[in-house]
Every structure is written in C-alpha cells, then in structure tokens.
Design a binder for this molecule. Structure first.
Ligand SMILES: Nc1ncnc2c1ncn2[C@@H]1O[C@H](COP(=O)(O)OP(=O)(O)OP(=O)(O)O)[C@@H](O)[C@H]1O
Length: 355
C-alpha cells in the first residue's frame, strides 16, 4: 500500500553536533490527522521542517505518495506549511497573502483569482479581502494562514503549533473548525503541538517524542490505556508506576511482576519490570472484581464534596494515590484519617512495561 507520507529512519544532527532527531519511522495514510507531541526541544519542529523540505535530512528517507522526496525542494513537494506566527506579509492585503503561493507557482491570473475567491469564501474572509493582514485579529490571521496553506491544494498540510498564539477560547473554536475542515477536505494533516489535550482531542494518531526519539505512535485512547514506555506513562494522563521483578506469564495476555506491594498482574508478558496503573483504575475495596490486584495503604486525606469523595491513600513507600469515590458509601463515610485502606485494581486496567 502506498502511504501519503513515509519516514524511513529519518535523523537530523545539526552542524553544531546537536542530535535533534534519530531513527524516526512513520507511515501516514491519506486523510489521517497525526499529531507530534512532546516537551520543548524534543525534535517535533525539526521533523516537521524535514518533511516540508526546509531542513536537510542527515540520514534516512522521506517518501510522499510512493515518491522519494528526500532531496526535493519544498516548493516541489505536495506539502504546505502553516507556522505558529502565521508568517503573513503584514503590508499585503488578505487577498495578496492568500494568492502568494499560487503566484510563486506561476499560475495564470484568472485561475488564481478563482481559487483565491473560493477559499476566501470558505473561510468567511471575503469582507476582509482588501484589508492589510496586520489590521486583523489573531483569529482572522489564523484563518488567512490556513487559507493560504490550503489554496495551493496540498496533499499534506503541515502545521507547526498553529494555535499557539491564540487565547484559550479562540483556540477551542479554531480547533473545532480545524477538525471539521480536515474531515471535509480529506487532506492529511501533520500537526505539531506540546499541548496534550490538543493532540489527544484532534488527532487520529499521536506520535509522542522525547529527546529526538519516538516513544510511541498510537491512537489517543491507546496512549492512555496502554502506554508503552516509562516516558509515555509519565507524560500522558495520570499514572502510578510500580517497580518490580518479572514473574512470568499468567495466561490470556497477562503477566505478573513482584513488587514491594505484592504480586501485580497486568496486561503484558511477565518479563517486564514496571506496572502502570491509571489514576481512575484504583478502587476502594471491598469491591466486586474477582482476581483484582490488592494494595494496602492508609487514608491520608478525605474531602467529601457533594456526591463525590476525594480521597488520598498513602502507600508504604510514602507515595500518595488520589481516588474519587461515591460520597454516599457508608464505608467511605466511616473512614477516618490514618485508617487502613485496601485498594483494588482490575488487572485488565494495568499495563506492564519495560523500564
Ligand atoms: N538550527 C539549530 N542548530 C542547532 N540545534 C538546533 C537547531 N534548531 C533546533 N536545534 C535543537 O534541536 C533540538 C530539537 O529542536 P526542535 O525545535 O525540533 O524541538 P521542538 O520539539 O519543536 O521544540 P519546541 O516545542 O520548543 O519548538 C533542540 O535541542 C534544539 O535546541
């Protein structure tokens, strides 16, 4: 199958010796929305710029629609890039800004104008067509940047923190628009962000990066449910990680590790050394699940707010686990600070990973 975009072992070392990206492998299907997510400096932008062709690749190859574009200049790639600061020409009108990419391609005027009119209409920008770009609001500028990126009809749209300069409200609005637009046009989107909620909310798949290395490529839900590395377990959601030693397979895709808190069973092979437990998987026993993992602790905090009880349970290694329970439970109401508490976890919610 031919992919819209394929990165084969792509790496980048800057002239000063900084290794920004190493061995990046990725296959993206037509119409997919993929987010690159990771802390500042992890190599997201460098990777995006290599895809766009603005940055030389030190090793590896970039394929687009089955064609090797590793050494193809940006304007000859089927991509279009949108930057965080929009990179609009402030003294050009909206229309001139949007037409710019088509002019660069040498498109005949009549055809160009038709395309520009159509896209201005699509983004509700006709009434601003003759206004200078620096006389517009952030949200309007963002729309122009999108219109300018899309008017050249790219196969792949590359977006580098495109919403970073917007306030929270506008950000949410444009996020929605972006997602609808992407569905409607069926264009492949590669989206760089360090905002977890944005990556998880918008994309079909998320590439989590750290220190120039791909940690995990998964749909958002999978990142929450089945982190594959300690970095992802720490970076995504709110997990508690227990260390242990491998105790082998337990059947049906489950394994066991021996920890300070006893045997923990979870999804895995049983040759792993870490058990990852999402915050919402902890329950206060007695509860129902047969075969649940049990961990002992003492109640260190209790707040009953309306129907919800916010509890904290201190474990023997002095870590605290936060739990939400129904405040109506008589056993919860009866708990006093310092009381022994047994936590129960469904093994299916636990993921075993390698350190
Ligand atoms: N031109 C350059 N020369 C040397 N090192 C660079 C250059 N550009 C970026 N780097 C380094 O490469 C690494 C990756 O940078 P990159 O901008 O790709 O990260 P990022 O994940 O996009 O970060 P941010 O979210 O802050 O934009 C960082 O260590 C950065 O300092």
């Amino acid at each position: 199958m031919v992919h819209d975009l394929e990165l084969i072992s792509v790496g980048k070392t800057y002239p000063d010796g900084t290794v920004a990206v190493s061995d990046f492998d990725l296959k993206v299907e037509k119409g997919e929305f993929v987010a690159f997510l990771g802390p500042s400096g992890c190599g997201k932008s460098t990777t995006l710029r290599m895809i766009a062709g603005f940055e030389d690749i030190t090793n590896g190859e970039v394929m687009m629609m089955g064609r090797n574009v590793t050494h193809v200049p940006p304007e000859k790639r089927p991509t279009s890039m949108i930057f965080q600061n929009y990179a609009l020409f402030p003294h050009m009108s909206v229309r001139e800004n949007v037409a710019f990419g088509l002019d660069v391609k040498g498109m005949p005027k009549a055809e160009r104008d038709t395309k520009v009119d159509r896209i201005l209409d699509m983004f509700d920008l006709e009434q601003f067509a003759d206004r200078k770009a620096d006389k517009l609001s952030g949200g309007q500028r963002q729309r122009i940047a999108l219109a300018r990126g899309l008017v050249v009809e790219p196969e792949i749209l590359l977006l580098d923190e495109p919403l970073g300069a917007l306030d929270a409200n506008l950000r949410r609005i444009i996020q929605n628009e972006l997602k609808l637009l992407q569905r409607e046009l069926g264009i492949t989107f590669i989206f760089v962000t360090h905002a977890q909620s944005e990556a998880l909310g918008l994309s079909d798949r998320v590439v989590v990066m750290s220190n120039g290395v791909v940690e995990q490529i998964s749909p958002p839900r999978e990142l929450y449910r089945r982190p594959k590395t300690p970095f992802v377990a720490d970076f995504i959601g709110s997990n508690t990680v227990f260390e242990g030693s491998p105790k082998g397979a337990a059947g049906n895709g489950f394994g066991r590790i021996e920890t300070l808190f006893g045997l923990i069973e979870g999804v895995g092979q049983g040759n792993e050394t870490l058990a990852v437990v999402p915050a919402e998987a902890f329950r206060i026993t007695p509860l129902d699940t047969p075969g649940e993992v049990r961990i002992e602790g003492t109640l260190s905090e209790r707040q009953l707010v309306g129907a919800v009880g916010h509890l904290k349970v201190r474990l023997s290694d002095s870590r605290e686990v936060a739990i939400e329970v129904s405040a109506d439970r008589p056993d919860v109401r009866a708990l006093t600070l310092g009381a022994p508490v047994t936590l129960g976890i469904d093994p299916a919610a636990i993921t075993l990973i390698h350190a």
